[in-house]
Ligand binder design. Structure first.
Ligand code: AMP
Length: 218
């Protein structure tokens, strides 16, 4: 199964993708995670994209498309993928359709997590992420706190705050989302591929996953 998760920053794409990836036993590919890792390792890609990421603006389509194209050729993608944070523009969506077509695959579902801006701001200001890359569990100090402050319930690693989860950058990221998402969502809506879920700020992960699974008929 090939699935894409759409929605603004902090809508829950990462959490839903992690859960789905476990359930369906298919890989979870987050372009944001790939970029953060590249910055951490100071690779050529990392140097190219660092400034965009820090400002909260989108990385140019050509760079993102090349990264995704290469990643999708890896053998672990053969059984399907969950793309989290890609596509973010209509141009990226068109490229993705072409990539799938060229490899005899297709997109099974485009799931949009739609939440109001004020909920996004609340969620991102309290977001804490597990520093263990293999785990990557996501918490919120208000709505989904870890049992022990700053410690991951799942693997015991320390939690961290994303550099771009500060109020100023969140504002830019939201503006970027509104600037680009209209055409993107319309691209998938026009041929009925778009399915929208409206998570509440206090929705449990379980109830969100139940809704998504209903859509996917799994
Ligand atoms: P995320 O982890 O999905 O919130 O992404 C963090 C940042 O990475 C974004 O604010 C962008 O700067 C960059 N980014 C991630 N995915 C994309 C994409 N598909 N297109 C452009 N920029 C992206």
């Amino acid at each position: 199964m090939n699935i894409i998760m759409l929605g603004g920053p902090g809508a829950g794409k990462g959490t839903a993708s992690t859960e789905l990836s476990k359930d369906l036993k298919i890989v979870h590919i987050s372009t944001g995670d790939i970029f953060r890792e590249a910055i951490k390792n100071e690779t050529e890609l990392g140097k190219k994209i660092q400034d965009y990421m820090n400002r909260g603006v989108l990385v140019p389509d050509e760079i993102v498309n090349d990264v995704v194209k290469e990643r999708l050729q890896a053998p672990d993608c053969a059984n399907g993928v969950i793309l989290d944070g890609f596509p973010r523009t209509k141009q990226q969506a068109e490229v993705l359709d072409r990539i799938f077509e060229e490899s005899g695959k297709k997109l099974d579902a485009a799931i949009e997590l739609s939440i109001p801006d004020e909920d996004i701001i609340k969620r991102l200001s309290g977001r804490r992420i597990c520093s263990n890359k293999e785990c990557g569990a996501i918490y919120n100090v208000v709505t989904r706190p870890p049992k022990v402050e700053n410690v991951c319930d799942v693997c015991g690693s320390a939690l961290y705050i994303r550099k771009d989860d500060n109020a100023e950058t969140v504002k830019v990221r939201l503006e970027e989302y509104h600037r680009t998402s209209k055409d993107l969502l319309e691209y998938y809506r026009k041929d009925n591929r778009l399915k929208t879920v409206y998570p509440k700020i206090d929705s449990s992960v379980e109830s969100l996953m139940n809704e998504i699974k209903k859509i996917l008929e799994i």
